[in-house]
Every structure is written in C-alpha cells, then in structure tokens.
Design a protein around this ligand. Structure first.
Ligand code: URA
Length: 314
C-alpha cells in the first residue's frame, strides 16, 4: 500500500499510479485493436517475449550504462559517431517468444520520457501542433533554404509500431510525405505484403525532416538540430515497438557505431521501447541478398507484436 504523505495530505504515488493506469488502459486498447479480446490468467499466461535486454555495447564515455542491472536503456543521442569500439561478444540468441504475446514488455519497463503522457484521443492534435512547428523550422539554414517543404511523418498517431528512417529524398521533398519513392514503395510492401499491416496503421518518421541536398548523409549538427522533433514524435505516439531503418537511424538512436550486421537480429530499447534495427529499404534495393535478413528481422518483430507470420509458399 502506498503511504499517504500526512503533512502534505497527498498520496505521493498518486501521479505514478495514474500514469500506470493510463499506460495499462492504452495498452489494453492497443491489444483490443490488435484483436486480443481476453487475457489469460497469469499462471497460464504464455511467457512474455523478452525482446529487451539490450546489450549496451556502444556509447563509450560517460553515458555508457553498466551492463544489465537495471536493464540498460539505450539512450538516443545524436552525437558525432564515435570510433568503432572493439567487437562485443555475440549476444545470446533471442529467446523464442510465445506465438501470441499478451503484452509488450515496455509497459513497466523504464522509460525516459520528459513530457507527460498524451491521451490517444489527443495525439493527432498534438502531432499537428508539432508539424506546424517543424514546418517553420530554420535551425539548419542550408536545409531550410534548399527544401521544397518539411517532411514530418506519415501514419497513425496511435500506432503500435513506428518506423524511423534517415531523411527525405527528392520524392519525399516534393510530396511532403516520408518513404514515397522507390525505397518507400519497398517499405510499404514490407509493411503490407510482409507484415500484413496497413501503411496507415503504422507511424513513419525520419531523423531529419528536411532533405539533405544531393541525398548526402545528415551531418551530426543537422541530426542534433532535428532530434528534438523526433523525440517528441516518439513521446506523443508512444509506440509499443520501434523499427530503425538503416545505419544512420540505428547509429543515431542507439548511439553506436556498430555495423547493421551487428545490430540487426536482436532487441534494443529506445526510451524503454523494444526496438529492432534492420537494413534500409534503399540498401535492400541495391543488395537484394540482404532481403532474407530483413525479413527475419521483421518476423522477430511480428512475433513480439503477436502478428501472424505467413507460411512460406511452396
Ligand atoms: N529514405 C529515408 O530514410 N527516408 C525517407 O523518407 C525516404 C527515403
């Protein structure tokens, strides 16, 4: 039982309890949307997949968390890419999750959100406020001068899953929507044909909201300037899962210089949210042999989300 603070006459845990109740309610609503109507009692409850314990193997310096106690949270930090650290031992294979998990492990996991929880009904409006702020942004004078428009995001404000790419390309700059070019078409296919979801049910964002000229990589300064917007998108939508697309997205959000081949195939956490990293669709277009790995990553994600994995044809 929480103790009542006699002097102040208030329950010191009230706010925390209210927050948890809101989280539980949002999670139940999300599960209901995913078709989960009832939850088994705890003894029969299938083991919750533990996508998390992230192994912090990057971030040399003061923000490197001690391993495992408590489970480390990978803290996004758009800092200049550190030199490649010595290769960490291969992490243990991801535990086999239940076919249909009843809850994502982030519910009571630590998170580091700075802003208050936004009720699902208020999220579209909160995103619109942020969208307007982004549209007026001139923090990167060069990008502001060369963009056709900012590219805020696409998809549902209450999505269970958020994809985070790198930066808009020419097609996105023209249309103001992320992932609408050739790579975008492949991402859409991965979401719809691969995962069996609708594109409008997920949330798609980028590290940068402006197109870097000539499609060059974002500079550390640009990533840093823009990072607060992505952070607020994550805080507003509070997805249950995040999928980082490509090296730039993964290295920025996971604060690591490890290669994608070392980051993919296992779970990380971003703000306590179970997160995977996989190959960028543009890379997959150039390197079709990597599609098999990307599909394995998506299946790992689908299992944790309780989605049905289509049987292999033939
Ligand atoms: N590549 C990205 O990373 N993002 C887009 O929106 C388009 C292409």
């Amino acid at each position: 039982m929480a103790e009542i603070d006699a002097e102040a006459g208030t329950d010191p845990y009230e706010e925390e309890r209210a927050r948890l109740v809101r989280q539980v309610r949002a999670r139940l609503e999300s599960l209901a949307r995913a078709g989960v109507a009832t939850l088994p009692k705890s003894p029969e409850r299938p083991p919750v997949p533990r996508p998390a314990p992230a192994i912090v193997e990057s971030a040399p310096g003061p923000i490197a968390a001690p391993p495992m106690t408590p489970p480390p949270v990978e803290r996004p930090r758009p800092a200049p890419t550190p030199p490649t650290p010595p290769q960490a031992p291969t992490p243990p294979p991801a535990p086999k999750p239940a076919a249909r998990p009843v809850a994502a492990p982030s519910l009571f996991g630590s998170n580091e959100f700075k802003s208050p929880f936004v009720e699902p009904a208020d999220r579209p409006a909160a995103l619109e406020v942020l969208r307007a702020e982004v549209a007026a942004c001139v923090k990167c004078a060069n990008l502001a001068a060369t963009r056709t428009q900012t590219v805020f995001a696409d998809g549902s404000a209450t999505a269970r899953l958020m994809f985070i790419g790198e930066a808009p390309g020419a097609d996105e700059d023209r249309r103001g929507v992320p992932f609408v070019g050739k790579a975008g078409q492949l991402l859409t296919d991965m979401i719809t044909k691969g995962m069996g979801l609708r594109r409008e049910d997920v949330f798609i964002a980028n590290i940068l909201k402006c197109r870097p000229p000539e499609n060059r990589d974002p500079t550390p300064q640009e990533s840093s300037n823009c990072f607060g917007y992505l952070e607020r998108q994550i805080e507003i939508v509070r997805p249950e899962f995040i999928c980082l697309l490509g090296r730039i997205s993964a290295s920025t959000l996971l604060n690591t210089a490890l290669s994608m081949s070392r980051l993919r195939g296992r779970w990380h956490r971003v703000y306590g949210i179970p997160t995977i990293a996989t190959y960028h669709p543009a890379y997959l277009l150039r390197t079709p042999t990597a599609k098999k790995d990307a599909w394995e990553d998506l299946q790992m994600l689908m299992r944790a989300m309780g989605l049905v994995i289509p049987k292999k044809k033939g």
